[in-house]
Write a protein that binds this ligand. Sequence first.
Ligand code: SF4
Ligand code: F3S
Length: 106
Amino acid sequence: AFVVAENCIKCKYTDCVAVCPVDAFFEGPNFLAISPVICIDCGLCEPECPAQAIFQENQVPAGQEAFIGLNAELALLWPNIREVKPAPADADAWNGIADKLPYLET
Ligand code: SF4
Ligand code: F3S
C-alpha cells in the first residue's frame, strides 16, 4: 500500500483524495491516512501531493517507518474523505518543517 508520511501533518492539502479511484483516504484533524486494506497501489496519489508526503510502503523515508502502522491504525478510526477541501491557512508555512510527528492530532 501507499503511505501518508510526516510532511502531511499540518499541511493536509487533500489534493490526494481527488485522484484515488477507491477512496482509500481517511481524515483526521491535521493529517490523512491511507487504508492499506483499501489501497490498490495504483500510485496516482503520490505525485499529486504538494508536500510530497506520500510514499510506497517500501520507500518510506528512513526514520518515518512508524507511519506505515499509523496509516493502518488511523484509517480505522477516522471518517472517509472523498473530496478536496481547503488546506489549513498556515499549511504552506508547515510544508517541509522537520519532526512534525509530535503535532499529529488523533
Ligand atoms: Fe488511492 Fe492509488 Fe493512492 Fe492507493 S496508491 S491511496 S489506491 S490513489
Ligand atoms: Fe496530506 Fe499531501 Fe494529501 S499533504 S492530505 S498527503 S495532498
